[in-house]
Design a protein around this ligand. Structure first.
Ligand SMILES: *[C@@H]1O[C@H](CO)[C@@H](O)[C@H](O)[C@H]1NC(C)=O
Ligand SMILES: *[C@@H]1O[C@H](CO)[C@@H](O)[C@H](O)[C@H]1NC(C)=O
Ligand SMILES: *[C@@H]1O[C@H](CO)[C@@H](O)[C@H](O)[C@H]1NC(C)=O
Ligand SMILES: *[C@@H]1O[C@H](CO)[C@@H](O)[C@H](O)[C@H]1NC(C)=O
Ligand SMILES: *[C@@H]1O[C@H](CO)[C@@H](O)[C@H](O)[C@H]1NC(C)=O
Ligand SMILES: *[C@@H]1O[C@H](CO)[C@@H](O)[C@H](O)[C@H]1NC(C)=O
Ligand SMILES: *[C@@H]1O[C@H](CO)[C@@H](O)[C@H](O)[C@H]1NC(C)=O
Length: 576
């Protein structure tokens, strides 16, 4: 296990790497980051506990002596202290039931886990409809999600604004189709609403206080900017940009570059259309999604506008009169270090300080505007997952948490599966509960530990430093504690989950490493990790890395501002 090998890496290795980093300071790849951004894969460790309330109760009963004393005292107070032995025997009974059922269930869990695994292999993963199995709480119905997201991402039949309402997900779609009075329609569905009014984009989680300032408004405005009602309108102008594809550019750097291009597009009132995406150039991305961002996320603009842009690309006139521009029309300085659009004022001026570095909250730092904007841009680009991406996440959740989910279901859903699944979904399941995120053990902490050639980007921080911060978190949020002793030797008190992919060796460059994994794996794993890190309850990372910097942005536009961010080092724009 890599966690072992890395955590055993001691101070001397770190020093060596840092020295190497200094020496490499003048080498080509390091110049790339000095110019802008340079990043790629980091390692994810996800860990936490699955303790549903009932389970916690049982564990309390099992663990002497304090909980037992509490139980005993409270009962004895009620019954005058006479039932001490009764209580203990009840307790004994419960302990036995727990242990017995655990033994029996192990085979059952494995069986259920394997049955669920076979669901994942089918191309049409009609997860919720599948035959006799209990519903897998950790898997999503990707086809359904995708269909719903497409409705939220396009105009209606007669050019009506997408059905963004105050109700979440399917509930909003359903109500939208009903006979609502014109007044209500105006209130919730109009597209010309003032900026601070609904409709709000359905992809933002959490309250406004839990997101970066103006997140909802900016997301909606960017969507409207990117989705003009009539793409054939001759007054529209376009910016057509391929993704960066030099081998030195990791996924993170590509995203940062595209964020810069989106900023230019907004400032110049152009519609951004993304072109060739080298990371989607593999067999997992089928049909039109091949070599396109839309393999992983819904495209940045409508199909009509994409078509219009590629038509314009063929016309010499459009090039010369500037209706269409391409990435090459801008300097790398404009792309990587250009001004942030000011159409929303300067919301970064009132960003909450929720990042801790060296036991201190960082209140102010340079390039706050960039941090805010990259968060908005990446959030916009990743607003809706494709069906393919959703399936990749299903697979990842299944391999990390599938056994726990099986245990949960077998312990807590005593119905025979047949009755529980073959009946039709009720409205509340279909419309209201469908919006709940799939199960993952919570609270969950995500940690990105960097390895490999990133030494040129920043000094590598030892694994122990991350664990120290994790311990710190757990002091405050003790439920992060895990009752199951994991075999990870140095940190037996934590449960480690991580994606099963060969880790990068210290002396292998990112480009070589990615080549060794193959394009499909080297894109899918980081993206899956990225999304999972965004959804974890807490996060520890190194802001000095672009990748972690982007995760921070995604969390701060997904209602996670108040869980804070523990960083082992400074972002390179930081100053004291
Ligand atoms: C339980 O009750 C005993 C005697 O009534 C008392 O001394 C003890 O402090 C109580 N323990 C707790 C945990 O309340
Ligand atoms: C679209 O417009 C046509 C003509 O105005 C109308 O007959 C039709 O019902 C509208 N469709 C919807 C879904 O509103
Ligand atoms: C729908 O709204 C119209 C106009 O307000 C009303 O006449 C009609 O009865 C409503 N239909 C239903 C099914 O409520
Ligand atoms: C879109 O714009 C083009 C060019 O201005 C125009 O010919 C066409 O009728 C418009 N389409 C709609 C649906 O308004
Ligand atoms: C953009 O660059 C292309 C060549 O890459 C050039 O033909 C075109 O004139 C440029 N457009 C503008 C507006 O400078
Ligand atoms: C991880 O992958 C390797 C080969 O890629 C495989 O042999 C191993 O069984 C996998 N481990 C798990 C836990 O899936
Ligand atoms: C990395 O370094 C180790 C030790 O110097 C060496 O054994 C290994 O072959 C190197 N790997 C590569 C890919 O160069």
């Amino acid at each position: 296990m890599v966690s072992n090998s890395h955590s055993s890496s001691n101070k001397s290795i770190e020093r060596l790497i840092s020295r190497r980093a200094l020496k490499m300071g003048n080498s080509a790849p390091c110049k790339t980051w000095a110019l802008g951004f340079f990043c790629g894969i980091c390692i994810v460790y996800l860990f936490g506990v699955a303790l549903p309330p009932i389970h916690i109760l049982m564990i309390r009963l099992v663990h002497p002596p304090l909980p037992r004393a509490i139980l005993w005292n409270s009962t004895s107070a009620e019954s005058g202290g006479a039932t001490e032995t009764d209580d203990l025997s009840v307790l004994q009974e419960k302990i036995e039931t727990v242990t017995i059922s655990e033994n029996i269930d192990e085979a059952g869990e494995m069986h259920l886990y394997n049955a669920w695994s076979s669901l994942l292999d089918t191309t049409r993963d009609e997860v919720s409809k599948s035959s006799d199995l209990p519903r897998p709480p950790h898997l999503e119905n990707c086809r359904l999600n995708w269909e719903r997201n497409k409705k939220f991402d396009s105009y209606g039949v007669n050019g009506t604004f997408p059905p963004w309402t105050l109700w979440k997900g399917s509930l909003g779609l359903q109500l939208f189709n009903q006979n609502y009075s014109e007044e209500r329609k105006k209130m919730y569905f109009r597209s010309d609403a003032k900026s601070d009014m609904p409709p709000y984009p359905p992809w933002i989680e959490g309250s406004d206080e839990e997101n970066y300032p103006l997140t909802r408004q900016v997301q909606r405005d960017v969507w409207i900017h990117q989705h003009p009602p009539n793409c054939s309108d001759t007054s529209l102008r376009f910016l057509y940009a391929d993704w960066e594809r030099l081998p030195g550019f990791g996924i993170g750097a590509q995203l940062a570059g595209m964020s810069g291009l989106l900023a230019i597009a907004i400032k110049e009132k152009r519609i951004l259309v993304t072109g060739y995406y080298n990371r989607a150039d593999h067999n997992g991305c089928k049909g039109l999604a091949r070599s396109s961002w839309s393999c992983y996320f819904l495209p940045e603009t409508s199909a009509d506008c994409r078509k219009r842009a590629s038509d314009l690309m063929q016309s010499k006139d459009s090039w010369s009169n500037g209706i269409i521009k391409v990435k090459e029309n801008y300097t790398s300085k404009q792309i990587w270090a250009g001004h942030i659009p000011r159409v929303w004022g300067r919301p970064w001026k009132y960003m909450q300080p929720t990042t801790e570095i060296n036991d201190r909250l960082v209140i102010n730092h340079r390039k706050m505007d960039r941090r805010w904007w990259i968060a908005q841009a990446v959030r916009y680009l990743m607003r809706f997952q494709s069906e393919y991406m959703c399936r990749l996440l299903n697979v990842a959740r299944h391999s990390a948490f599938g056994m726990q989910a099986a245990k949960l279901v077998l312990e807590n859903v005593p119905d025979t599966p047949k009755t529980s699944n073959s009946r039709a979904e009720s409205d509340i399941e279909r419309l209201v509960w469908s919006e709940h995120k799939p199960y993952i053990p919570r609270p969950l902490l995500s940690m990105h530990v960097r390895m490999g050639d990133k030494a040129c980007e920043m000094e590598l921080i030892g694994f122990e430093k991350y664990m120290e911060l994790a311990g710190h978190l757990r002091e405050r949020f003790p439920s992060l504690k895990n009752e199951v002793i994991d075999k990870t030797k140095l940190h037996p008190q934590w449960n480690f989950y991580f994606t099963n992919v060969t880790r990068q060796d210290v002396n292998v460059s990112m480009a070589m490493y990615e080549a060794s994994l193959g394009r499909e794996t080297s894109t899918n794993y980081p993206l899956v990790n990225f999304i999972m890190a965004t959804e974890a309850d807490f996060f520890i990372g190194a802001l000095g890395s672009t990748w972690c910097y982007l995760i921070d942005g995604m969390r701060n536009t997904a209602g996670k501002v108040m869980s804070g961010y523990l960083s082992v080092n400074k972002d390179r724009f930081w100053y004291d």
